[in-house]
Design a protein around this ligand. Structure first.
Ligand SMILES: Cc1ncc(C[n+]2csc(CCOP(=O)(O)OP(=O)(O)O)c2C)c(N)n1
Length: 641
């Protein structure tokens, strides 16, 4: 086994091509075995085995810098840079991260998880290199999917203008997670599929050089003709127009070819775009034939006896049902059709489904435009990716009070994808924006009613829901209207009130049962709305003088608990509020239960906080000051809340 002896990129240097090819086979087997055991990104990594080997063979990492876009395809890079022994812990709590991380290795130059960042980050490194008078090579590896993101074009535009030495590798496998969309994708298909382009390139360029330019009008005409001809006939003209020298397309699985072109281009003193064609899932037949299905795999799972639909499924089914009745409903996704459950909607209503590519900003403003014209747009988006479109949410949707529904999936902890993907911040970043309504269902049935309600409202609405299965509740009858800004008391109690959001309602009901056994009567409220809050209920609670504990799976800072405190502050009523939410540090990868435990979002921890709250309230009644830990107590993860 060659792989046994590879622990550092330097171990590749003396290898022959046939040895590198054997190593590629071993790496594929290693990837398949390990990812099937732990779960992880499958197709993209199988597709870049030769490309990554070639990069580490030709370049000199960590002196030379390789910057990965998205980073879900960096497993081979991790294997070659001394981390193969950590693969049994891939994406597990305290184990190897699924994405590049600066803290993990000197070979990881940029932490990543979101798409279309590599060109900007790498260009920053290019500029720094030149300012500091250094000589190393900076390479960005970007997929054709990530290339659909606006940031990538902003960076291309800037890099072409700077004309600095910069190697961009476009890893083109025709896929985003689903098949890639848009003009860029069609353009790459043309480059890939027409063999004549390759032959024509040098001929056309030679020919164009020979056309004389005589007389000013004729010269202008000739220049225009040259441009037109070049555009239609010269390979990669689009990138050339951006100021890059285009090379390709190269077969990304042909190690000798990739090595040769990297040797040729790595030291060129200008921006170079190397177009490498790879196959997602290469070497694993079912991933080759259905790359969208095997973009990532979940690891071994035990199927529940009675399957319960996920929030994602219930959202998608409800939207499809409602769209039958209302032809103004349109669904928008930014390259996450399958992940957001919209595949069926797309099949049923192809004219009312829009995959815009990895372009959350555009998706948001597109929805704003649709809403101005009387449509009812629903942007189904993961909480973490909506971060990209914050200005569009404020400037294009909320200022104009447009009825756009943000169906915010993966709100809360997502698990193994780690800190770049946790849906921690949407409440904090949305609730400060005027006009928006924010809700979260306690179960999948409530999600149906919330979606229906959101679609009846005349302004922006965010419905956030968790990455998990529902509770298995019965979903009878059609979805109906919910009273906006009204909470639901799910359990009475006179000693303390626990205000909970989303799936935390069930956790808190559990905690209330445990408290009952200790003689504490805790009321549990399903908040439903973060904005507007149920002011009547809050004032009733204030009048009853019970302490309040708030529990949410979202950043505690800026969260629902904070909104409740601000409400009481603005009413000038003194109420003890003990907030519990995600802590003020980034939550890494791990399973959802492990992360919930680390964050203290468990029934046991809610019990502890509630007991503290009740004790503090009793002491206060006696007029005694109480020395306690900060209100949210010590989290099981070992940090102060
Ligand atoms: C801003 C943002 N939106 C959405 C995603 C979800 N996502 C992860 S990988 C991916 C597809 C990337 O396609 P491509 O760049 O071609 O890489 P490939 O997987 O094909 O190698 C998407 C949409 C993301 N990571 N970041």
């Amino acid at each position: 086994m060659l792989l046994e002896y590879v622990n550092d990129p330097r171990d590749l240097k003396g290898m022959r091509i046939d040895e590198l090819e054997e190593l590629a086979r071993e790496i594929r087997a290693f990837l398949i075995e390990n990812i099937m055991a732990t779960g992880g990104h499958f197709g993209a990594n199988l597709g870049v085995v030769e490309l990554t080997l070639a990069l580490h063979y030709v370049l000199d990492s960590p002196r030379d810098r390789i910057v990965w876009d998205v980073g879900h395809q960096a497993y081979v890079h991790k294997i070659l840079t001394g981390r193969k022994h950590l693969f049994p812990s891939l994406r597990q709590y305290k184990g190897l991260a699924g994405f590049p991380k600066r803290s993990e290795s000197e070979h990881d130059f940029f932490g990543v998880g979101h798409a279309s960042t590599s060109l900007s980050a790498a260009l920053g490194m290019v500029i720094a290199r030149d300012v500091l008078g250094q000589k190393h090579c900076v390479t960005a590896v970007i997929g054709d999917g990530a290339m659909t993101g606006g940031m990538a074009f902003e960076a291309l535009n800037h890099a072409g203008h700077l004309k600095k030495r910069f190697l961009v590798i476009l890893n083109d496998n025709e896929m985003s997670i689903a098949p890639n969309v848009g003009a860029m994708s069609h353009y790459l298909t043309r480059l890939r599929s027409d063999p004549h382009y390759g032959k024509l390139k040098s001929e056309v360029e030679g020919l164009l050089r020979q056309i004389p330019a005589i007389g000013s009008r004729l010269a202008t005409f000739t220049e225009r003709m040259k441009d037109a001809l070049k555009y239609f006939m010269v390979q990669g003209a689009l990138f050339e127009e951006f100021g890059f020298s285009y090379f390709g397309p190269i077969d990304g699985h042909d190690l000798s070819a990739v090595i040769a072109i990297l040797e040729q281009t790595k030291d060129m003193d200008k921006p170079v775009l190397l177009h490498v064609v790879t196959q997602k899932g290469k070497g694993y037949p079912s991933a080759e034939s259905a790359p969208d299905k095997l973009h990532s795999v979940g690891g071994p799972v035990t199927k529940p006896v009675k399957p319960v639909p996920s929030y994602t499924q219930v959202f998608a089914e409800t939207l499809t049902l409602l769209a039958k009745e209302d032809s103004r409903i349109v669904a928008v996704t930014a390259a996450m059709g399958p992940g957001t459950g919209l595949t069926k909607f797309a099949d049923k209503f192809p004219d009312r489904f829009f995959d815009v590519g990895i372009a959350e900003q555009h998706a948001t403003t597109l929805c704003a435009g649709l809403a101005t014209a009387g449509m009812k747009p629903v942007f189904a988006v993961y909480s973490t990716f909506l971060q990209r479109a914050y200005d569009q949410v404020i400037h294009d949707v909320c200022i104009q009070n447009l009825p756009v529904v943000f169906a915010i999936d993966r709100a809360g902890l997502v698990g193994p994808d780690g800190e770049t993907h946790q849906g921690a911040f949407d409440i904090a970043y949305l609730r400060t924006v005027p006009n928006i309504t924010i809700m979260m269902p306690k179960d999948e049935d409530e999600l149906r009613h919330m979606l229906y309600t959101a679609l009846q409202m005349d302004g922006p609405v965010a419905v956030r829901y968790a990455r998990e299965d529902g509770t298995g509740v019965t979903m009878a009858g059609p979805p109906g209207l919910m009273p906006v800004g009204k909470a639901e008391v799910v359990r009475d109690g006179s000693d303390v009130a626990i205000l909970a959001l989303g799936p935390m309602v069930a956790v808190c009901e559990n905690a209330a049962r445990m408290l009952e056994r200790q003689g504490i009567a805790a009321a549990v409220v399903n908040m439903r709305f973060v904005k507007p809050l149920d002011s009547d209920l809050l004032m009733q609670l204030a009048a009853s003088r019970v302490p309040i504990v708030t529990v949410e799976e979202a950043s505690q800072s800026g969260g629902m608990g904070g909104a409740v405190m601000e409400f009481f502050g603005a009413q000038d009523v003194a109420v003890r509020v003990h907030p519990l939410g995600l802590p003020d540090h980034f939550m890494e990868h791990g399973s959802r239960p492990e992360l919930l435990h680390a964050a203290g979002l468990t029934a046991q921890h809610v019990v502890e906080i509630t007991l503290q709250a009740v004790a503090a309230a009793k002491q206060a009644l006696k007029g005694e000051a109480l020395l306690t830990l900060p209100t949210s107590g010590r989290r099981p993860g070992g940090r102060l809340g």
